[in-house]
Design a protein around this ligand. Structure first.
Ligand SMILES: [Ca+2]
Ligand SMILES: [Ca+2]
Length: 129
């Protein structure tokens, strides 16, 4: 009986955690397994959804808006995996200038401060690491 009660308490705690954690993710326009860049602060405006590397945002369409140089907030909603962190880059096809390193579960409602200012409306690519 004691063991069953503990199991029930553990299950309740886990459910509580899941419910408690859900609003964070559901508050942003991004799905599990994706890295998302958002046009506006607080995950607003047009959003681009990525599951793989992309070194050139100039050929990506985010709800009618070109993805290049629009990022004001971002979400790394990756599943746990070997490559679930993100390097965000300032330039197209160029990994020399890293704007940010975003570990899995990073939801930044505003990109600044970053690795090197300015960071708003600068991102042009990213890589999973
Ligand atoms: Ca923007
Ligand atoms: Ca750029």
């Amino acid at each position: 009986m004691r063991i069953k009660l503990r199991a029930a308490a553990l299950a309740a705690a886990m459910i509580g955690f899941a419910i408690g954690a859900a609003p964070v993710a559901s508050a942003v326009n991004c799905s599990l397994g994706q890295y998302c860049i958002h046009e506006n602060v607080d995950f607003g405006g047009s959003t681009c959804y990525f599951t793989g590397d992309d070194y050139n945002y100039t050929n990506d369409n985010c709800g009618g808006l070109n993805a290049d140089n629009i990022t004001s907030s971002y979400s790394n909603y990756a599943r746990q995996a070997n490559f679930d962190d993100i390097y965000g880059y300032r330039h197209v096809n160029n990994t020399a200038d890293t704007l940010w390193y975003a570990t899995r579960g990073t939801f930044r409602s505003w990109v600044s401060p970053c690795n090197a200012e300015p960071c708003n409306d600068q991102a042009s690519g990213h890589k999973w690491v």
